[in-house]
Design a protein around this ligand. Structure first.
Ligand SMILES: Nc1ncnc2c1ncn2[C@@H]1O[C@H](COP(=O)(O)OP(=O)(O)O)[C@@H](O)[C@H]1O
Ligand SMILES: [Mg+2]
Length: 155
């Protein structure tokens, strides 16, 4: 019952929406993070809530740049929906290489980076800073990460 209730609350009506498309250049990571934060500012979030959103978005967008479109440039599709009850739903989608095993990829410290530059903590960071993280992926089709965050605001 509790699970059902939670499911319902994650799918409440959206009343405002923003869409953004950016090439997967590392210079655009900061742009994506700042644009999402600016859009969410209308909820009057606390500095901590805003920092959580920025951090989670940064991890998801970085993954598109360094993993999905590694050695190439593709498009990152970002959608932010503000829903009733203070729910923010952020979708970050790529049409890159995809993830073979999503469950494994979400394991803390798991990384396919052999250069030793990545910590393998991106998904763990997203999970700890958001209320729910959904990942859909298909090999050579791409990946969609959806971040759900309830913003209470300063009131
Ligand atoms: N958008 C993506 N496209 C392809 N692979 C991804 C994507 N996001 C994550 N991955 C895979 O999941 C692994 C874990 O991601 P993450 O937790 O962010 O750690 P890190 O980026 O430090 O490796 C990555 O090493 C990569 O193999
Ligand atoms: Mg990462």
């Amino acid at each position: 019952m509790k699970e059902k209730e939670q499911k319902r609350s994650y799918s409440t009506e959206c009343y405002n929406e923003m869409k953004l498309r950016l090439p997967s250049l590392s210079v655009n990571e900061g742009m994506a993070r700042a644009a999402v934060a600016a859009f969410c500012a209308q909820l009057d979030p606390t500095p901590s809530e805003l920092a959580d959103i920025k951090c989670a978005v940064s991890e998801a967008v970085t993954n598109c740049i360094v993993h999905a479109y590694r050695d190439t440039v593709g498009i990152i599709y970002i959608s932010v929906k503000l829903c009733r009850g203070g729910l923010v739903r952020i979708e970050i989608k790529d049409k890159g290489c995809g993830i073979e095993d999503v469950e494994l990829a979400r394991t803390p410290l798991y990384t396919t980076d052999s250069a030793g530059e990545r910590s393998g903590m991106g998904f763990t960071v997203m999970e700890s800073f958001c209320d729910k993280v959904r990942v859909f992926s298909g090999c050579k089709k791409g990946t969609t990460v959806t971040l759900f965050k309830f913003v209470k605001g300063k009131e």
